[in-house]
Design a binder for this molecule. Structure first.
Ligand SMILES: Cc1cc2nc3c(=O)[nH]c(=O)nc-3n(C[C@H](O)[C@H](O)[C@H](O)COP(=O)(O)OP(=O)(O)OC[C@H]3O[C@@H](n4cnc5c(N)ncnc54)[C@H](O)[C@@H]3O)c2cc1C
Length: 481
């Protein structure tokens, strides 16, 4: 494909092309299934939408993309009937355009900076990215070439996006890669968190099949850390030349109020996993079917809480209430997700915070007692701090309560690596340019170094660390024999 003739692109004509309709399942239909909300695009619609890109030379969309995808070039390829070429452009800078196209908060990344969006709807970059990545997987799967074996061995802790990217990049360079995870199957939050209606598991499974062919070895149900089957120090002693810490931020924050030990009060990850996955993808202890009941209360205001609420609807709950202590304006998650939740009849209870849970005689939750909040002065992060309104308690009846109030990093992983430093929240400290920790040979990335963040930043960190690990491995003395 020749270079984009940016000076001769007729921007005025392109600005007149109407935004294309991107189909979605009807809310009344989609609550009865687990399929993705968005319907597949057709090539004709995708090409017209791609043509809306005015090919601005500064490409603010690309600058705003954490992995720096060359979006204008990819859309130019698509517009010129080359979806495979477009996918290849995304693959130059991202290992998972199929996931990013579906999951990135595009409204504050690429699409939020799209120049077309100043006077009209921005180009639907995310949907087009997912479209070309899917097209390529089904029509012309990229064969990841593998270099000759180097004799080097690398252990990856955590099979989420950060770990998978490190594994892919280093396996392609001929290193022997083993990925350890506590869950039975790989994928991290892509499998054990994000519901099917946002990302169908077949997309992940197809990616994993490609990785297994490289080959990459996945070892499930293995906790790496103090008290686990493996430690990081132990992996290095076993002969691994380098270790990547991609354990994410997978520990759900507890809510320490009266009654929180009652049955029926569950953490978001357990709820989402048991609600969305087949029994054989779950550990033995979690295979009992979820009896969530008819009235479910979700506590929290991020994307995780929205995923829990919409999972509740699909599990058949009649009343799903999402409780958040600030107003919608302070919510950190995607507006689109809130819109989808509203369309699916999730009820929002803003400016409310739980005070205690009430239980039945048999020890199961039956209600949440809440108090009204009002917003005070801003906190350190700039968001107005909620404070209770005296005498404002009220009760919502609940058969189940789901806690989605944020995640922390499990510090036992890095604690098992002598010399690796963490902050007081267990977040691993690294050189941001290389992902290197203070222990030579140990690198980290993704939520383990950022706290709970995004799929795309985990991918970016994985790529940064993989490049630095490759340089580290190349500088080691030649392996014996
Ligand atoms: C419910 C939910 C919905 C989300 N929705 C979105 C979204 O729509 N868009 C978006 O961009 N981001 C979303 N995120 C955030 C995103 O999923 C994460 O930022 C991303 O997955 C981080 O990738 P990671 O590889 O660092 O960690 P993870 O995906 O968390 O993977 C870490 C892996 O390490 C494993 N592990 C942890 N400790 C150990 C140990 N001691 N030994 C072995 N293995 C261990 C875990 O089991 C896990 O499989 C969501 C998060 C959640 C929880």
């Amino acid at each position: 494909m020749p270079d984009i003739p940016r000076t001769s692109v007729d921007r005025k004509a392109r600005l007149k092309i109407p935004a294309q309709q991107i189909g979605k399942q009807d809310p009344n239909v989609r609550v009865l299934n687990w399929s993705e909300v968005y319907l597949p695009l057709d090539i004709a619609t995708a090409k017209v939408e791609a043509e809306r890109c005015i090919q601005c030379p500064a490409a603010p969309c690309q600058v705003a993309c954490p992995v720096g995808n060359d979006i204008p070039r990819a859309l130019w390829q698509l517009e010129h009937d080359d979806p495979g070429g477009a996918a290849a452009v995304f693959h130059e800078t991202s290992n998972m355009p199929d996931m990013c196209g579906r999951l990135c908060p595009q409204e504050r990344l690429c699409e939020g900076h799209c120049v077309v969006g100043k006077n009209a709807k921005p180009v639907r970059i995310g949907r087009l990215e997912a479209f070309v990545a899917d097209w390529q997987r089904h029509h012309a799967p990229a064969c990841s070439g593998r270099a000759a074996p180097t004799g080097r061995r690398v252990a990856v802790v955590g099979a989420g996006p950060a770990g998978l990217v490190v594994a892919e990049e280093l396996a392609k360079r001929g290193h022997g890669i083993t990925v350890f995870d506590t869950w039975p199957a790989p994928g991290g939050v892509l499998r054990y968190g994000i519901p099917n209606f946002k990302l169908e598991k077949r997309v992940l499974d197809e990616k994993l099949a490609e990785l297994r062919r490289l080959p990459i070895t996945f070892v499930g149900e293995t906790y790496v850390g103090i008290g686990g089957r493996k430690t990081v120090d132990g992996l290095l002693a076993e002969g691994y030349d380098a270790v990547f810490l991609g354990q994410g931020a997978s520990v759900g924050n507890p809510l320490r109020i009266e009654g929180s030990e009652l049955a029926g009060i569950v953490q978001a990850t357990e709820f989402l996993s048991r609600g969305n996955l087949r029994a054989d993808e779950l550990p033995e202890a979690m295979r009992v079917p979820l009896q969530a009941g008819r009235r479910i209360v979700i506590i929290g205001g991020g994307d995780t809480s929205m995923d829990c609420a919409r999972t509740s609807v699909r599990l058949g709950a009649r009343e799903v209430t999402l409780v958040y202590r600030r107003t919608e304006r302070e919510m950190v998650g995607r507006e689109e997700e809130r819109q989808h939740a509203r369309e699916e009849r999730v009820r929002f209870e803003f400016l409310a915070s739980p005070v205690r849970f009430l239980g039945t005689a048999s020890g199961r939750v039956r209600a949440v007692v809440l108090e009204r909040m009002e917003l005070g002065p801003p906190d350190e992060g700039g968001r107005r701090r909620p404070q209770p309104v005296a005498g404002s308690e009220f009760t919502i009846e609940a058969d189940s309560v789901v806690l989605a109030i944020g995640y922390g990093v499990d510090e036992q992983v890095a604690a098992s690596a002598t010399g690796v430093l963490m902050d007081r929240y267990g977040v691993v400290l690294v050189d941001r340019v290389t992902g290197a920790t203070d222990r030579p040979g140990v690198f980290a990335g993704g939520d383990s170094i950022n706290g709970a963040d995004l799929v795309v930043t985990a991918i970016r960190d994985g790529r940064i660390a993989a490049a630095a690990m490759e340089a580290y491995l190349a500088a080691l003395p030649a392996p014996l024999g």
